[in-house]
Design a protein around this ligand. Structure first.
Ligand code: ZN
Length: 290
């Protein structure tokens, strides 16, 4: 993505959104513009702490975007490189660390659904590391095909079409891509068994994103439709019938290739709890659907 297309929006520009703007999550009109990029504006709702794209791409556009997912390139990294053996090794290490940080151990023989499963890399992790055979769904037919070729139980189904119940639902780097995260979390609540577990990992707005401004790597319109502050995500989870059991934040927004100080930055932001990625473990504590 070219840097010329990026500019930070000054607070004085808030009037440019117009008075008709309403937060797609909570309906509040209180907003703060964050960044304008590629013809889209990220607007932070100061009512609920969730940022959304303005204009918000519709579901059909979002679904169509992921068919050529493997050919996409962002910040010089091809999406297809995400599935190299080196990536798999790093991915497994990161998931081991996430579970350790959250003090989360998957219940034995749990029925699991991975939402946004891509080529099934998390299903592979759960199978190889925890002997859990899960099920995955993804909007992209090409990714579902790749996962099925590897023998994983994946489909193009939507949350609304599933019946469950599952003991564990996971969304790794997925909720920020959804057209309506509030609706999706209600569906996840419906699909989970009583006291079932939910794990969500997503970019997190805060000190690090503020420091990077328009250069923050997670400002990726139109792919990243919603970006959450920690408070915003916790609040939405609580309103969707979940209670948070564990939470960790890590990452300083520094890419591997560009900076030898990455480990130092990462270590500092993680111990300060201000990382720009958040992983939350929550339990279903209330039934949202009748
Ligand atoms: Zn809101």
């Amino acid at each position: 993505m070219s840097k010329e297309a990026v500019k930070t929006v000054s607070k004085s520009a808030s009037g440019s959104i117009g008075t008709a703007w309403r937060c797609p999550v909570c309906g509040s009109g209180q907003q703060e513009p964050l960044v304008e990029k590629l013809g889209y504006l990220y607007v932070l709702c100061t009512g609920c702490g969730v940022a959304s794209l303005d204009p918000l791409p519709d579901e059909a556009l979002l679904e169509g975007m992921y068919e050529d997912f493997l050919a996409l390139e962002c910040d010089g990294v091809k999406m297809s490189d995400h599935f190299s053996p080196e990536y798999k090794e790093a991915y497994f290490r990161e998931k081991d660390l996430d579970f350790k940080d959250l003090s989360f151990t998957p219940p034995a023989s749990v029925s699991m659904l991975d939402v946004g499963c891509a080529d099934g890399i998390f299903l592979r992790y759960m199978d190889e590391r925890h002997s859990v055979e899960g099920e995955g769904i993804d909007v992209s037919l090409t990714m579902v095909e790749a996962a099925r070729k590897e023998g994983f139980n994946c489909s193009n189904s939507k949350l609304e079409e599933l019946t469950g119940p599952y003991g564990l639902v996971t969304l790794w780097d997925t909720i920020e891509h959804l057209p309506d995260p509030k609706k999706s979390l209600r569906e996840v609540n419906r699909l989970l068994a009583e006291t079932g577990d939910l794990i969500i990992q997503t970019p997190c707005i805060g000190t690090v994103s503020d420091a990077w401004g328009a250069e923050w790597i997670q400002y990726q319109p139109p792919y990243h439709t919603f970006l959450f502050t920690e408070e915003g995500l916790v609040r939405l989870l609580e309103e969707s019938g979940f209670s948070v059991s564990g939470l960790v934040r890590f990452g300083a927004g520094v890419t591997e290739s560009g900076n030898s100080l990455k480990p130092v930055f990462d270590s500092v932001v993680k111990s300060a709890g201000i990382g720009d990625t958040i992983v939350v473990w929550a339990k279903k504590t209330a039934v949202i659907y009748p």
